[in-house]
Design a protein. Structure first.
Length: 231
């Protein structure tokens, strides 16, 4: 089985195994570095780390159009259900949800989780990191989080790929993400949540150097819109 990963920029990724497509945190509309329209995204499943608008993104529109299964922590998934999505699977930390072609296990993340509406903020769910088993690989999408020592438990999940925020300010910066890479014991690390907006500008090449100093992982740095094969 061959697995392909596309970075839409920010924390938005797509996984394709040849039969199924999974979208993670599909923030496309309003994402200044996205290279595709949300109207063109296919999805059998949509996996969300938390409720912030730069992660929920176009979930409602994509789910309504495709019928994709949407899974997130309990309050967020249930709230999205109230927004007109039929196919939701609420979950919480420690739990695993099966989706077409794979599964996702929810882990804690240290962050906040609210959705900004025209009437103000709605607090929905708690932030999560996602261990995704799909296309013969095990991938960790840390979501938005600081470094925390229980990432070492995530490292026991047999990860092939770790996808980590490096933009600082709202999440880990490059130094902490390099330390996380060592704890997670994945062979490949992919940075995200950087260079979308001025406050989170960072240098992926500098992150790759920190990773090389910290452990033996390979750093992949796709450009927004680029697809890479994960063999
Ligand atoms: Ni966030
Ligand atoms: Mn974010």
């Amino acid at each position: 089985m061959s697995l392909k990963l596309t970075w839409h920029g920010h924390s938005a990724f797509a996984l394709h195994d040849g039969s199924h497509t999974v979208q993670i945190d599909p923030f496309i509309s309003g994402n200044p570095v996205a290279t595709i329209s949300a109207d063109l995204l296919e999805a059998d499943a949509i996996l969300l780390t938390h409720a912030h608008n730069d992660h929920v993104g176009d979930t409602v529109a994509i789910a309504k159009r495709t019928g994709a299964l949407v899974t997130a922590t309990f309050e967020l998934a249930t709230w999205l259900g109230s927004q007109g999505i039929d196919n939701v699977a609420p979950a919480n930390h420690g739990g695993t949800v099966a989706f077409p072609g794979g599964s996702v296990k929810f882990f804690p993340a240290w962050h906040t989780s609210s959705y900004q509406t025209d009437d103000g903020f709605v607090a929905v769910g708690v932030p999560a990191g996602l261990v995704v088993r799909f296309g013969g690989k095990t991938l960790y999408f840390a979501g938005d989080t600081c470094l925390f020592s229980d990432m070492q438990l995530v490292g026991d999940e047999g990860l092939d790929v770790a996808i980590l925020p490096i933009g600082d300010r709202f999440t880990m910066g490059p130094e902490d993400a390099a330390k996380a890479t060592r704890w997670l014991k994945a062979g490949t690390v992919i940075p995200c949540h950087y260079n979308t907006f001025p406050p989170i500008e960072h240098d992926a090449a500098g992150f790759a150097q920190l990773v090389t100093a910290a452990c033996g992982a390979t750093t992949l740095t796709p450009l927004p819109g680029e697809t890479v094969g994960l063999e």
